[in-house]
Design a protein around this ligand. Structure first.
Ligand code: ADP
Length: 400
């Protein structure tokens, strides 16, 4: 069954066409700068060359129209008809407390996604544009919403409540939700398979380290704590986001710099993290290159990042009362071997030892990077959120 997976941002749209039975990616690409001038479209089908075109993308419907037309194009297409697409899976960032698992999209589900837009103003409205465009272009095709927050809905109240007046939770649903749930869920399941352990009887800490980063404590396959909060700003020091800080800092900066709260929050979201500390880049490849040339701020930013990750791993070891496996995934986790090395160097007190050679060799692929006698297994498992969305979509639509 061919499933189109769509990840719609406000000005970009990533897509993959996946055969959900064989789990093979048939085609994938990105529409960029939607609604802004200078749009582009990329497409790579199985066994064919990648194409990239400059094309004005007036809105999401135009973008999805181009994706669909390309998939059935006589020369470069991979399908003979759009009816071969049996379902569409949409990534949705925020499902609030309402969604504990993926859902077949209907009017009620759309209404709930709209209600959560308050909590994810940059993401949910964009996802809705994608849903509406698909509904218009392929009205008969069932669609499934897969939420970044759903996996974390198993967190116990003691983990998701902030130390705030309880009425704010009751009135406004202010609590920790967590994100990257699709990734943490996929990676924890795959880790159990890879290590040959039973997920239902395991303690796993998954570290999704990308541009945005989060950590998750997973007990018997269920999320019991995670580092992101009401929004994806909380937790680790990220590419451009500050992560945890004293909330009094917001007003302090606002006063000192004569800025509004919104402006300060924008700095915390877009100009902080390793970009802010290094003054150089949010990309760990740039930071490594600068560090190697003696840039001390780039080195410092990498150290701060690794230290915060290690501190969270330590606290999640307490949350889980132990840990069987620590797993790295996403752009930094899968590739940045020196960062992994720095993180693990803080964890020797847990009886963890890094297999230096395995760590150097394991880049962008699955592998164990701890030594045989390490008390805790440390591994790298590349994440695959699109595949997880396709799996959930298949499961839901095959019951229709
Ligand atoms: P996103 O959160 O945007 O999905 P990714 O998971 O793709 O991000 O991670 C992107 C980040 O991964 C980049 O900004 C970069 O810092 C890091 N990264 C990617 N490849 C490498 C590499 N080979 N070495 C070090 N860091 C890398």
């Amino acid at each position: 069954m061919d499933i189109l997976v769509i990840n719609c941002g406000s000005s970009s749209l990533k897509y993959q066409l996946i055969n959900a039975n064989t789990e093979e990616v048939l085609a994938s690409g990105i529409c960029d700068r939607i609604g802004i001038s200078g749009g582009s479209f990329s497409y790579k089908a199985k066994n064919k060359d990648k194409i990239t075109q400059e094309v004005e993308l007036k809105d999401h419907e135009v973008a999805i129209g181009i994706v669909l037309n390309t998939l059935i194009d006589k020369d470069i297409g991979i399908l003979s008809s759009l009816s071969e697409i049996k379902a569409i899976g949409h990534r949705i960032v925020h499902g609030g407390e309402h969604f504990t698992k993926s859902a077949l999209i209907n009017e009620e589900v759309i209404r709930h996604i709209e209600e959560c837009a308050d909590l994810a103003p940059l993401h949910n409205p964009a996802h809705l544009l994608g849903i509406k465009a698909c509904k218009h272009l392929m009205p008969q095709t069932p669609m499934v919403a897969v939420f970044d927050t759903a996996f974390h809905q198993t967190m116990p109240p003691r983990a998701f409540i902030y130390g705030l007046p309880y009425e704010y939770y009751e009135k406004y649903k202010i609590r920790r939700y967590g994100f990257h749930g699709t990734s943490h869920s996929y990676v924890s399941k795959r880790t159990a398979e890879f290590l040959g352990i039973r997920l239902e009887n395991s303690k796993i800490i998954t570290c999704h380290l990308g541009n945005g980063s989060s950590i998750c404590a997973i007990e018997n396959g269920k999320s019991v704590d995670t580092s992101m909060g009401l929004t994806p700003l909380e937790g680790l020091v990220m590419g451009t986001r500050s992560g945890d800080l004293d909330p009094a800092i917001i007003d302090y900066i606002a006063q000192k710099e004569n800025k509004s709260t919104q402006e300060v929050l924008n700095i915390l979201n877009k100009k902080s993290g390793v970009l802010g500390i290094s003054g150089l880049s949010s990309d760990f490849r740039d930071l490594l290159a600068a560090d190697e040339k003696g840039d001390l701020k780039a080195r410092f930013a990498r150290e701060v990042f690794a230290y915060r990750v290690a501190k969270y791993i330590g606290s999640y070891t307490a949350a889980l009362s132990g840990v069987d496996a620590i797993v790295f995934c996403a752009g930094v986790g899968e590739n940045a071997k020196f960062i992994r090395g720095k993180i693990v160097s803080h964890l020797q007190f847990l009886g963890i030892t890094l297999d230096e050679e395995a760590n150097l060799q394991t880049v962008g692929k699955e592998g164990i990077i701890s030594t045989k006698d390490s008390k805790v297994k440390v591994c790298v498992i590349p994440t695959n959120e699109e595949l997880m969305i396709a799996r959930d979509t298949l499961e839901i639509v095959s019951k229709l």
